[in-house]
Design a binder for this molecule. Structure first.
Ligand code: UGA
Length: 448
């Protein structure tokens, strides 16, 4: 078994490191943010992810996982290094490669001190060309060594999704490996064969730029799929009798479409789709190609907020002075992440228009406070959130919200108006209150 190091302990780095350590690998993971590293060392993940805390504590206790604050130290203790640092977007949509470059410099410096051949894989999402034109030369410059001869290099995209990261790491749909040369590809392939054993998913082997592109293609496809079902939802709303949920259920049976990512609603957020789509567009434009479909995917997503605001306005006539309850702050259920969350965008617009907001989320309150501070009130339960509200908006489809009955809204609210932004409830069961949702046309006149 190989000794593995991780450089960067965000969601991808930490979840993957913990999974390797749980399978018995010796893992040294480095995080240069000292406060974060100390927290992780104490068995406290800096973000919520199902099963992560237990696995982190177990692997720290059995010493399979060691947390350090020096990238060089991590590399020196291992023969395989996975780069898992963040690649945030800059104002112009381009990627900020600072963390990738700094990680590559540190790894290069460590390689200089090593005799054995190190294997390095970039897992951070980077636009095509970055691994060969930025990572490789930096590694070579700081190590004084030659890629393919003295060290091996791959790009290996990451497809794990928040809220499902551990399961996704242990059981991915597929693995893509972009290798610098055959030996690089084989090294990573063998590592995954050993890791997954009889559950080995399909492995796509290719060159580095293609693997870099696969990551963007995957995210662009998923985001476009959601924007497409939202487009259909908007047409359904204008078609008496039409219901997008039935349309999605039906077309999902076509194996060429499949039933996943066809949930119409307020649209997509999170730390990945918005950033990756912007970077992909900026990258394409640099090549002289304008990817209009991806632009439309983003525009469609932005419009979902606009249309929801119109619905609220139509119901309340004026937003100023109204008390609005927001159910759900996280960008999706089972996470405490509020980056690019739809909740923040809607709340900001409502605040600008003079509404008073009370919000409730089972997990994301503390992260929301970092952005919205005391501009809104935070409730400690859904029922408390609904108290005396003039309108409620369901933004995140948390499991616990599914249990709310129409009576809960009627009894708690000043005016029982519910905008269901995620098609969570059955409209037939919510007839006693003013229920407005996404993708549902006006009821058909009963046929005589
Ligand atoms: C996404 C991809 O799904 C992962 O494969 C990828 O590895 C990751 O980005 C990344 O690049 O790191 P994630 O952002 O964690 O993962 O979340 P998703 O489950 O993809 O959801 C994204 C957004 O789409 C959420 O706001 C969610 O509410 C929304 N969504 C999802 C819908 O509106 N409708 C759907 O049917 C599905």
């Amino acid at each position: 078994m190989r000794w593995i190091s991780f450089v960067g302990l965000g969601p991808v780095g930490l979840c993957t490191a913990v999974c390797f350590a749980a399978k018995g690998y010796k893992v040294t993971a480095s995080e240069i943010d000292k406060t974060k590293a100390i927290q992780i060392k104490r068995g406290k993940p800096p973000f919520y992810e199902q099963n992560l805390k237990e696995m982190l504590q177990e692997t720290i206790n059995n010493e399979n996982l060691k947390i350090v604050t020096s990238n060089e130290e991590a590399v020196l203790q291992s023969d395989v290094t996975l780069i898992t640092v963040g690649t945030p977007t800059k104002q112009d949509g381009n990627m900020n490669l600072t963390y990738v470059i700094n990680a590559s410099k540190d790894i290069g410096k460590a390689l200089k001190k090593k005799e054995e051949t190190q294997f390095i894989a970039v897992k951070s999402t980077v636009t095509p060309g970055t691994t060969l034109n930025v990572v490789k030369p930096t590694l070579e410059k700081y190590s004084g060594k030659k890629c393919g001869k003295d060290f091996l290099l791959c790009f290996n995209p990451e497809f794990l999704s928040e809220g499902n990261a551990i399961r996704g790491t242990l059981n991915p749909d597929y693995i893509a490996i972009g290798g610098y040369n055959q030996k690089s590809t084989e090294t990573l392939e063998n590592l995954y064969k050993e890791f997954h054993k009889e559950n080995l998913p399909p492995i796509i082997k290719t060159n580095i730029p293609t693997a870099e592109l696969i990551k963007y293609a995957n995210n662009a496809f998923l985001a476009t799929k959601i924007s497409l079902i939202n487009t259909i939802a908007n047409i359904c709303e204008k078609t008496p009798g039409a219901d997008v949920t039935k349309v999605a259920e039906a077309i999902g049976n076509d194996h060429r479409i499949n039933p996943y990512f066809l949930e119409a609603g307020l649209g997509w957020g999170g730390s990945c789709f918005p950033k990756d789509l912007k970077a992909f567009i900026a990258y394409s434009k640099k090549l002289g190609y304008n990817p209009t479909l991806i632009q439309a995917t983003i525009e469609t997503n932005q419009n979902q907020i606009k249309f929801t605001m119109q619905k609220i306005k139509q119901e309340l006539k004026t937003i100023k002075g109204k008390r609005i309850a927001v159910l759900g702050l996280a960008f999706k259920p089972n996470t405490d992440d509020v980056r690019e969350a739809r909740s923040i965008k809607i709340i900001s617009q409502l605040l600008t228009q003079g509404a008073t907001i009370t919000a409730y989320d089972p997990m994301a309150t503390s992260n929301t406070k970092k952005i919205l501070n005391q501009k809104i009130r935070y409730a400690s339960s859904a029922i408390e959130c609904l108290k005396n509200a003039d309108c409620a908006i369901l933004v995140t489809e948390w499991e616990e919200f599914k249990k709310l009955k129409s009576e809960d809204f009627i009894q708690s609210m000043r005016q029982p108006i519910l905008i269901d932004g995620r098609r969570l409830y059955n409209p037939r069961e919510f007839k006693k209150l003013r229920y407005i949702t996404i993708g549902l046309g006006k009821p058909l006149e009963p046929q005589l």
